[in-house]
Design a protein around this ligand. Sequence first.
Ligand code: FMN
Length: 252
Amino acid sequence: MSDLFQPFQLGPITLANRVVMAPLTRSRAEAGNVPGPLTVEYYTQRATIGLIIAEATQVSATAQGYPNTPGLHTAEQVAGWRKVTDAVHAQGGKIFVQLWHVGRMSHTAYQPDGQAPVAPSAIAAKAKTFVPGQGMVDCSTPRALETAEIAGVVNDFRTAARNAIDAGFDGVEIHGAHGYLMKEVDPPALLEATLSIASLDLGTLAPSDPQRDEVQAWRTLALRELVPADLELDLNVSRLLGLPLAIDDAAT
Ligand SMILES: Cc1cc2nc3c(=O)[nH]c(=O)nc-3n(C[C@H](O)[C@H](O)[C@H](O)COP(=O)(O)O)c2cc1C
């Protein structure tokens, strides 16, 4: 316990202490999914934590699956996050952003022009999401990504990671859990960005199966390619969930 409040060297980053705040979706972004004053206040209140991992943040307009979640793909969103990181840094804190593409864990209400969400395959998640005015509704059946679209998704992550630098973040966490797109893609295919994204059903592998670790290692390597070298990277591969958000998570 005595070490908890001692500084910690995380790669090139010195944390004031060893307390890390888990990413927590707040659904408080303003119009255009821009982080506003409430978001600045929320993270500033927590800036004495050694490292904040900010809430899941969209890499593109198709990446959203919940109301008022922030993005990092428009100039306004970058500017909004810059106010957050400046405020956290002013208090000596460090802050990563968590990047996500929710894949099939979405609803047409969140997609451009009300289209179907995109996913590795056209299989609906047995899950619900909240849509204002409708309440909790089933996730929509997604459309399978075309091979030619994969490079675009990869590029969305790359661009968002670069935007993270402009927004002043100290690092990036990729949301690779809970049935979102980065949990479900085939990492070598992602790395090459040319092959079809194949659904890798980790739920069919026993929790002790070493192939799970291999898959996650591949995924981490692939994602490292997407994130600039001067940004720290980590990966949330949690399968421990309070909510059964996806079939494969619920089964493990
Ligand atoms: C309201 C709420 C929002 C969450 N948002 C995110 C999120 O944006 N990204 C993420 O990776 N995990 C998210 N989580 C999961 C938490 O970060 C954490 O992993 C989970 O609560 C389990 O932590 P515990 O084992 O310490 O309870 C969220 C959890 C809750 C309850």
